[in-house]
Design a protein around this ligand. Structure first.
Ligand code: FMN
Length: 325
């Protein structure tokens, strides 16, 4: 029995990973409509794509009757941010959303609220230490973010993560490095119950990023992927721009010093994150020929064309013996 499929009611063991700024409502809806779990990234929905949160959620739900998820980024940055995220969670619950992915922070308060509505919370983890915190807070599953993932990536391989987390006896989801039917099957054989994909879904008809971004993904291979701390202060996977050296990808000067300091690193991360939240919005603009950084993971290796979400999903599940529940 696949607990992930049973409990979510989703057809295939795939999550359309939340992506700032790439999760536009049509992409999320197309993922759910294709039988995978599309996940709303609320900052992307509101700040990048310009929807009032409730209106955006209703729009997605008008495009698909299938389940969708919600990405609760619960880091403690400011009271105002926390209040806004908390309100969005309540609205999502009221609208019938039952699947929540928490990133960063301690998810106990989200778990309590979501369980009150009969929903489930999966927590993003990059190593056992964070998984333990999530499990202690009562989460229902773990999203194991590995060292091949796009966005904020982890430091461990998919194999290492499954070994570290299997004995929690929670459904494990592999996040990172999957863009092909072979990779999906390999991860399920390894013990994961589902895979969360980001990069593969950027190169789709429904994703509203610029054509330059999609082309950069298609043209890149694994060796083009590098890490930079310049976006948020912690490693983010990007396609290394040709003109940049490894040194260019590191924060320099005062910011570099602040990131090394126990006292100031949170301030530096907050500053960098706010700056990149604004900068990344450019990725959806048609005339954005170049962005400083295109976020993508090592799964670029298996991505060679821009096709519809439905085609991506059909291809991904083609090697599963019993692709649906
Ligand atoms: C451009 C981009 C933005 C992302 N933004 C978020 C985010 O806002 N929240 C989150 O939990 N994960 C985010 N992720 C991670 C994805 O949800 C997913 O876990 C990851 O992309 C899986 O690795 P893959 O890109 O190799 O498929 C992002 C990934 C990418 C590529």
């Amino acid at each position: 029995m696949n607990q992930f499929l049973e409990s979510t009611g989703v057809e295939y063991p795939i999550i359309g990973g939340p992506m700032y700024p790439c999760s536009n409502p049509e992409l999320v809806a197309a993922q759910s409509e294709a039988g995978v779990l599309g996940v709303v990234q609320p900052l992307s929905l509101t700040y990048v794509h310009g929807y009032d949160f409730l209106e955006g959620l209703r729009y997605i739900q008008s495009l698909t009757q299938n389940p969708i998820g919600f990405n609760a980024l619960i880091e403690k940055s400011s009271r105002k941010y926390h209040e806004r995220m908390s309100t969005w969670i309540d609205i999502a619950l009221d609208q019938g959303v039952k699947f929540f992915i928490t990133s960063l922070g301690k998810p106990d308060w989200v778990v309590k609220r979501v369980h009150g509505y009969g929903g489930q919370v999966y927590h993003d983890v990059t190593e056992r230490k964070w998984a333990q915190i999530g499990v202690d807070c009562g989460v229902d599953g773990l999203i194991c973010v590995n060292n091949r993932a796009g966005g904020h990536c982890g430091g461990l391989s998919p194999q290492e993560l499954v070994e570290q987390c299997l004995d929690f006896d929670k459904p494990l989801v592999c996040a990172g490095g999957v863009a092909t039917a072979e990779a999906l099957k390999d991860m399920l054989d390894l013990g994961y119950q589902a895979c969360q994909l980001g990069t593969r879904f950027i190169a789709t008809d429904e994703c509203k990023v610029s054509d330059s971004y999609k082309k950069a993904i298609i043209n890149a291979d694994e060796s083009d992927i590098a890490l930079t701390e310049k976006m948020t202060g912690v490693p983010v996977s990007i396609i290394k721009p040709e003109m940049k050296s490894e040194r260019d990808l590191k924060a320099q000067g005062v910011l570099g010093w602040m990131l090394q300091s126990r006292r100031f690193k949170h301030l530096a991360r907050l500053y960098l994150s706010l700056r990149s939240i604004m900068g990344l919005k450019k990725a959806i603009s048609d005339n954005a020929a170049e962005s400083e950084y295109w976020q993508a993971g090592k799964s670029v290796d298996g991505i060679h064309s821009v096709v519809s979400v439905k085609q991506v999903v059909n291809e991904l599940v083609s090697q599963l013996q019993t692709p649906s529940k």
